[in-house]
Design a protein around this ligand. Structure first.
Ligand code: SAH
Length: 222
């Protein structure tokens, strides 16, 4: 697998059918997802690791992590229609052999490891998710439409993992840095990106608008 073949595979991931403005549903562009996931993979943050994708939407980040050999990915999402599409995406990628299928627990005669390489879905609010992960990779709501929603995601990420990759509007990086510091984390890397926001919502006038987004890698200070 290379970065560009990952990008091609991720371009097949289905997005939101009817994106909801209130919870800021924007799917991460497949090229951008591939860039960030590949970088995390090269740093040793994905292969053989337990990943949590908080606010997974239709699943692109968690699914990409599984394609790169994550031992498990938790896909956490509070919107039922998004999680239904994420499940379809996982099934499609499993049937193409791009990610490992969940072993059926309790099935007689099957010694297959329980759910190695498989997705686990958590349908609910991010604040209620309590499982520890090696790496969080998330593109949460930017906190534009609902204030502080990005804060809830960051606090949860710092609670469950020592390594966090998170996307933020470039203008809010200072805020993220302060919060990280208060929780004993430091920023080890900033990837500056231009996010294409397709005109999927009625209030978008230009067909494709690009906004400055940074993906931050944060690590717990030992
Ligand atoms: N991570 C996906 C989706 C980004 S959009 C991607 O990169 O493509 C942000 C997602 O967070 C949306 O799917 C939205 O439904 C979800 N979300 C918003 N508030 C949430 C909350 N409190 N708990 C869980 N998910 C939430």
């Amino acid at each position: 697998m290379s970065r560009s073949s990952l990008a091609i595979r991720l371009s097949a991931i289905k997005g939101f059918i009817d994106p909801k403005v209130r919870v800021e549903q924007y799917m991460t562009d497949s090229e951008i997802a591939a860039t960030v996931l590949w970088d995390a993979y090269m740093k040793g943050d994905i292969e053989g690791k337990v990943i949590a994708d908080l606010g997974c939407g239709t699943g692109i980040l968690g699914i990409g992590a599984m394609m790169l050999g994550a031992s498990k990915a938790y896909l956490v999402e509070s919107d039922g229609s998004a999680i239904a599409i994420a499940k379809e995406n996982v099934r499609d990628m499993e049937s193409e052999g791009l990610i490992k299928k969940a072993g059926k627990k309790g099935e007689k005669g099957k010694e297959e490891s329980e759910s190695e390489g498989s997705a686990e879905f958590f349908f609910g609010d991010v604040s209620d998710f309590k499982i520890k992960a090696d790496t969080v990779i998330m593109n949460p709501p930017f906190g534009v439409k609902s204030e502080h929603s990005d804060r809830r995601f960051l606090e949860k990420a710092f609670e469950i993992s020592d390594v966090v990759y998170s996307f933020h509007k470039s203008g809010t990086v200072r805020f993220v840095e302060m919060l990280a510091k208060a929780k004993g984390f430091r920023i080890t890397q900033v990837i500056d990106l231009k996010f294409p926001l397709k005109a999927s919502m009625r209030f978008h006038k230009k067909r494709i608008e690009r906004i400055g987004v940074s993906c931050l890698r944060m690590e717990k200070i030992a």
